[in-house]
Write a protein that binds this ligand. Structure first.
Ligand code: CTP
Ligand code: MG
Length: 238
């Protein structure tokens, strides 16, 4: 397959309100390492990724450099920028995207709160993105999903085979993601309910994105039970 230059925007600028605790969740320890260090290490090691942009809370640069980056071998060669996040996730992605001034064909966007990401998924996403222009990680829902109104009354039950739980990484041709974010900046009021970049591209570039089947263990640490689950999964992995 043709060699391309691919940048990963790694998001770690949230507040971690649902997890709680004394420090934002990206800095909380998971099996002895800060949560964001797990995914950062995976992308630093990945041959598919040439450059990394780290999006972190405004003012945390020194802390992140000293307590996280210095402990990961290979970081200096790949992490090209540390940029401050915004109030919403899509604003953090937008800041990361604007900071890319080097050659870049494909952009990976990944939640720093998904520590279990594996090389195999990264490679498959890139291969799919080269075919379809975009590829977003997800798994088929194991549960029946029910759509209701505000009162919990049933509206529909979609066919489970076509229901996906969406994850990251999400990979896009750089020009496609740029186009979508340019439009979003022009019409920010349309971005209100947006929770991922697949939605950004579909809403603002009008292009349908491709689902790439990933793995159930690529969980996002959102609440305290997720931290416990990630700990168990990691202990089985090593
Ligand atoms: N994120 C970000 N900038 C934001 C919001 C979120 O960079 N303004 C990042 C988070 O750091 C996280 C990822 O996006 O890695 C997924 O978001 P989420 O799990 O919602 O994390 P938080 O927003 O930090 O958590 P919460 O919603 O519970 O406050
Ligand atoms: Mg959030």
């Amino acid at each position: 397959m043709e060699e391309t230059r691919n940048t990963c925007i790694l998001l770690a600028a949230g507040k971690g309100q649902r997890l709680g605790g004394p420090v934002p969740k990206q800095y909380q320890l998971l099996s002895g390492k800060p949560l964001m260090a797990w995914s950062l290490t995976a992308f630093v090691k990945s041959p598919a990724i040439s450059d990394i942009v780290l999006v972190i809370p405004e003012g945390d640069g020194d802390y992140v450099r000293e307590s996280i980056l210095t402990k990961i071998p290979g970081v200096a060669e790949k992490v090209r920028a540390l940029v401050p996040g915004g109030a919403e996730r899509y604003l953090s992605v937008g800041n990361g995207l604007s900071s890319i001034t080097w050659p870049c064909d494909y952009v990976f966007v990944h939640d720093g709160a998904r520590p279990m990401i594996q090389e195999e998924t990264i490679e498959r996403l890139l291969a799919d993105a080269k075919t379809y222009g975009s590829a977003i990680a997800g798994v088929r829902s194991k549960d029946t999903v029910r759509i209701t109104d505000e009162d919990g009354c049933g509206i529909s039950t979609p066919d489970r085979r076509n229901v996906w739980i969406v994850q990251t990484p999400q990979v896009f041709r750089k020009d496609l993601l740029d186009r979508a974010y340019e439009k979003l900046r022009e019409e920010p009021e349309r971005a209100k309910s947006i929770t991922d970049d697949g939605m950004v591209v579909e809403t603002f570039a009008g292009v349908s994105v491709h689902m790439c089947e990933a793995s159930y263990d690529n969980l996002k640490v959102t609440t305290p039970d997720d931290l416990a689950a990630a700990q168990v999964l990691l202990s089985h992995r090593h």
